[in-house]
Design a protein around this ligand. Sequence first.
Ligand code: CMP
Length: 138
Amino acid sequence: MEKTLSIIKPDGVGRGLIGEVLKRLEENSIKISAMKMLHLTKKQAEGFYAVHRERPFFNSLTDFMTSGPIVVMVLEGENVITDYRELMGATNFEEAAEGTIRKEFATSIEQNVVHGSDAPETAEFEIGYFFNSFEIIN
Ligand code: CMP
């Protein structure tokens, strides 16, 4: 079984899209193994997105990610990294496929409602960043 980290970002939480995202996970039989709500500090957001440190959007992204509460989840399934990325759609909502979360709800490349890990190694780091083993249902 594969695991991935999902985040409903401050725009998604603020616009009342938690239920919409959860509904899509459940409709697609994606298992939620852990879930909590957090309001990140700037340092915590910078640590999470450390791989993007040198990117021009880093400061704006970490400001955005600290602008309100987020919902973080561990998702589980056979090909859950790919399956969840398909549900989300491309990072740039203008390029996202019809029917995906980002195509329907994102308002900019930054404010794109959701995050999902892009590979097993990233998922391991990202899950460990927010959850300890006692918080993840087996
Ligand atoms: P996410 O999948 O969380 O990964 C990095 C985030 O940076 C991305 O979604 C967007 O919210 C944000 N971002 C802002 N500008 C860009 C950009 N030009 N390219 C990629 N990601 C961007």
